[in-house]
Design a protein around this ligand. Structure first.
Ligand code: NAD
Ligand code: ZN
Length: 354
């Protein structure tokens, strides 16, 4: 079993292991950073039947005493009620401060398990075992944890870096195509941000056979940004490329439009506006749209500029009278740009109506 590793110098420092089949050695990987103890594996109802037993088996083999908690799959479970059930289950199973939580699943599992680990007994260690491409390239690294509130997505959470991330690329083979596509959108985003080679893999390469390399490159980029800006006040905001308009689309669709799909449209739109403003190299939005379509992603929606602008402004994470956008300069290079609200309105108008 070959694996690639990326070391992240944030929190206590941790290693991301990426490779095919490494789930069966997850116990050893956890044991290399946490001495055998009780391990609470949290997973969802889809991943349970696919990968829970292999995970428990490997943990047992490495001397851990694993227990499991399964919640119904889907974003609808990323809330305070399920968080509370996870915490009660940790307590019922007598987890102590020296035990560990393990998130086995996609971004929903990672976010809620990380949050539970951050608040149970004022904080215990946790490990991420991402099983979606989105979780592998994005949510499992960086220490943002969250649940949704009635008022909006990801409004409650803590920053807590994991102790290890174990990404078995073999688990991605069972993903539904649209779930894989969501992760492809976020991976293509890293290509646009800083690494044209990632972009080219999605443009003309064999994505499935290059997936270890894709994840390695994406995690390396995210890791460097997180190291520079752990709490998301500076350079880390580059990761929001396509997300301002993307969040507006998700919001307008009442979250029926999947996140990666919305980010795909958001990236094309901001690149189009950037071209018209003379910031983005001509032809970028078209090249981006071609790659996204090839990978099963949309590149436009029927929402008007007015609807998108209003929805983007209601974003709870916006600060004051300005908004910071991520503007592509060309494939492989982007910059942060803070604009006033009237300027933002003009940009959305350009993005939609040219
Ligand atoms: N913390 C962060 O930095 C961060 C970053 C990006 C996104 N997120 C969060 O991530 C979440 C989205 O993540 P997601 O797209 O992974 O969603 P998800 O966890 O709901 O997974 C998507 C679907 O795939 C299923 N699934 C997972 N692994 C599978 C596998 N290997 N085979 C078959 N089915 C599998 C799940 O059961 C679910 O139905 C959102 O809540 C978002 O807010 C967090
Ligand atoms: Zn995203």
């Amino acid at each position: 079993m070959e694996s690639k590793t990326v070391d992240i110098k944030a929190g206590g420092g941790y290693t991301v292991h990426i490779g095919s089949g490494i789930l069966d050695a997850c116990g050893e990987a956890v044991a290399s950073v946490i001495k055998p103890c009780r391990a609470a594996v949290v997973t969802d109802s889809n991943v349970e039947g696919l990968y829970l037993e292999r995970t428990m088996e490997s943990l047992r083999g490495a001397g851990f005493d694993p227990i499991s908690f399964v919640f119904p799959a889907g974003e609808g479970s990323k809330n305070m009620r399920v968080l509370s059930e996870i915490l009660e289950s940790f307590a019922d199973n007598e987890l102590t401060r020296s035990d560990v939580a393990i998130a086995l699943g996609g971004g929903v599992t990672g976010d809620i398990t990380g949050f539970a680990a951050g608040v149970y007994m004022r904080g215990i260690k946790y490990v991420q075992i991402p099983t979606t491409l989105l979780a592998a390239v994005d949510s499992s690294v960086g220490g943002k944890t969250a649940v949704d509130l009635a008022a909006g997505k990801n409004l409650a959470g803590v920053f807590l870096q994991p102790s290890a991330v174990i990404c078995d690329t073999g688990t991605l083979s069972t993903l539904a195509p649209e779930v894989f596509a969501d992760g492809a959108a976020e991976s293509i985003k890293y290509g646009v941000l800083t690494d044209e080679d990632i972009f080219k893999i999605f443009e003309c390469g064999d994505v499935r056979s290059s997936i270890t390399d894709v994840i390695y490159r994406c995690v390396t980029i995210k890791g460097r940004l997180v190291e520079e800006d752990e709490h998301d006040n500076g350079a880390r905001r580059l990761l929001n490329l396509g997300h301002t308009i993307g969040h507006a689309i998700e919001n307008l669709s009442e979250y029926t439009f999947p996140h990666g799909h919305a980010v795909a449209v958001g990236m094309v739109m901001i690149a189009r506006a950037g071209e018209l403003m003379g910031i983005t190299e001509a032809g970028t939005s078209e090249r981006l749209a071609r790659v996204l379509s090839k990978n099963g992603l949309p590149t436009s929606t029927g929402y008007s500029a007015e609807e998108l602008y209003t929805a983007a402004l209601s974003d709870k994470k916006r600060s004051g009278d300005s908004i910071t956008l991520v503007m592509p300069e060309k494939i492989g290079s982007c910059r942060l740009m803070t604009v006033s609200l009237p300027e933002f309105s003009d940009i959305v108008e350009l993005a939609v109506n040219g």
